[in-house]
Design a protein around this ligand. Structure first.
Ligand SMILES: [Zn+2]
Ligand SMILES: [Zn+2]
Length: 295
C-alpha cells in the first residue's frame, strides 16, 4: 500500500513546480470533470451544492471554462446554476415578508427599539445568514483532501531513498505547502524539510541575484541562462503557490460576450427600443462581435 502511495508522490515530483500544488490542481480538475461527466444530476451532489451555495469564485469559473473547453456548451453548468438560482429565489420572498412582526403592544415595540439600539443588526441579517454558505466549496475540499494525502505520504516515507531522490529533484514545496507540512512534521521530518527547502531557496536567491545583475545596463550583452531568466516567476510561485491556469482566449471572449449581450439588450429594453441584435446584427461599437462560437 505504501508503495502505491510512494509511486503517486514520485509521479508528482516528476512534474514541474511544487508537488503539492500539482496534487491539489489535479484532484480539483478531476472532480470538476467528474461532475460534468456524470455528477450533474446526482441528488446527493445537488444537496451538497445547496449547502455550499455553489462553488467558490475560482472553481465556479474553472467549471465554466472546463465545460466550455471540453464540451463547447454549458448544459451541465446551466443545469447546476438553474437549480441554485431557484434555491436562492425560494429564500427571497420569505425574507421580504420577514420584516418586523406586527407589535401587539407599545411595550413590545419599545423593547424591540431598545434591543435594536443596544445590539443593532442589519435589516437583512436573517437573509444574510441564509445567503452565507453552510459548507465550503466542494472542489476546495477535494483539493485540500489531496494536499493532506500527499503531505501524509511525504511525512510517512521521507526516509525512503526513492522519496528523497524524487523530492530533491523536484522544485520542492512552495511556502504555503511548506507551512502545511511543517505543522504536522516530527522533529526528524522537520529537519529534512528545512534542509531541502533551504537548498532550493538558496539556489532561487542566487538565480534572482544573477537576473538582477545581468539586467543592469552594463551587463546587458552577457549571454543569458534560461533558468536565471525565469527566476522572477519561480520566486512568485514559491511564495504564492501555483497560479490558476489562465483561460483560453475563446473562453474569456465568451464571458465578455455573455455580459455584453445582456447589457445591450437590457439597455434597449429599458429604453423601449428593439434590441440591436434583433434588428439583424449590430454594427455599433457596443456590439459584442469579437466572440465566435466555433461549434
Ligand atoms: Zn505548493
Ligand atoms: Zn473552491
Amino acid at each position: 500500500m505504501l508503495d502505491l502511495r510512494v509511486a503517486d508522490f514520485v509521479r508528482l515530483c516528476r512534474q514541474p513546480g511544487c508537488p503539492l500544488c500539482a496534487a491539489r490542481r489535479q484532484a480539483e480538475q478531476r472532480y470538476i470533470e467528474g461532475v460534468l461527466w456524470e455528477g450533474v444530476n446526482d441528488g446527493h451532489f445537488r444537496a451538497k451544492l445547496k449547502r455550499s451555495l455553489g462553488f467558490c469564485p475560482e472553481h465556479a469559473w474553472v467549471l465554466q471554462a472546463t465545460e466550455d473547453t471540453h464540451w463547447r456548451d454549458g448544459l451541465g453548468t446551466a443545469s447546476i446554476y438553474h437549480d441554485l438560482a431557484r434555491h436562492i429565489l425560494e429564500m427571497l420572498p420569505n425574507q421580504a415578508q420577514n420584516g418586523p412582526a406586527p407589535f401587539r403592544s407599545r411595550l413590545r415595540r419599545w423593547l424591540a427599539q431598545l434591543r435594536q439600539r443596544l445590539w443593532p443588526t442589519a435589516p437583512a441579517a436573517r437573509l444574510l445568514a441564509q445567503l452565507a454558505p453552510r459548507q465550503p466549496c466542494p472542489v476546495c475540499r477535494t483539493g485540500q483532501g489531496a494536499e493532506k494525502r500527499i503531505v501524509n505520504i511525504l511525512l510517512d516515507a521521507w526516509q525512503m531513498e526513492e522519496v528523497q531522490a524524487a523530492f530533491s529533484a523536484s522544485a520542492g514545496l512552495c511556502l504555503p505547502h511548506l507551512r502545511q507540512a511543517l505543522a504536522r512534521a516530527d522533529q526528524k521530518a522537520t529537519a529534512f524539510l528545512v534542509e531541502t527547502t533551504a537548498k532550493k531557496l538558496d539556489q532561487l536567491a542566487a538565480d534572482l541575484a544573477e537576473y538582477e545583475r545581468q539586467h543592469a545596463w552594463r551587463f546587458r550583452d552577457e549571454p543569458k541562462v534560461e533558468r536565471e531568466e525565469q527566476a522572477w516567476v519561480r520566486a512568485v510561485a514559491f511564495f504564492a503557490g501555483e497560479a490558476v491556469e489562465p483561460e483560453a482566449e475563446r473562453v474569456y471572449l465568451r464571458r465578455r460576450h455573455a455580459l455584453e449581450i445582456f447589457h445591450i439588450e437590457n439597455q434597449a429594453e429599458v429604453a423601449g427600443e428593439q434590441p440591436p441584435m434583433a434588428r439583424g446584427g449590430a454594427s455599433s461599437k457596443d456590439s459584442p462581435a469579437t466572440y465566435r462560437d466555433e461549434t
